[in-house]
Design a protein around this ligand. Structure first.
Ligand SMILES: [Zn+2]
Length: 104
């Protein structure tokens, strides 16, 4: 049986660590979109002001890893001392991003 959205959200939040806010949106076609925001970082928004750093990747099961990979790299470069469980996967995240770039 597939995991529920709230179970997925709990797991992703636990992996992403304390600096992350993880949200899973359900798209019109019932697929999931993972959004991971950083509670510490702000990036300039075109026009006025700033917004929280965030990454959003659609797709049901395969949306989780691309979003988490981007988050892992954000953590590694900006918050290396955060100690989030997902930092254990940094080498894999780098390899996966590399792979995706090369298969394009
Ligand atoms: Zn950050």
């Amino acid at each position: 049986m597939p995991a529920t959205r709230s179970a997925r959200q709990r797991k992703a939040s636990a992996d992403a660590g304390e600096l992350a806010v993880v949200r899973i949106d359900v798209s019109a076609d019932d697929s999931y979109a993972y959004k991971i925001s950083c509670t510490q970082c702000e990036v300039p928004r075109p026009g006025t002001g700033t917004r929280a750093w965030s990454t959003r990747r659609p797709g049901e099961d395969n949306g989780y890893l691309p979003a988490l990979d981007r988050w892992i790299l954000h953590l590694a470069s900006r918050h290396p001392d955060a100690g989030a469980p997902c930092l254990d996967y940094l080498p894999e995240a780098r390899a996966r991003l590399q792979e995706r770039r090369e298969s394009r």
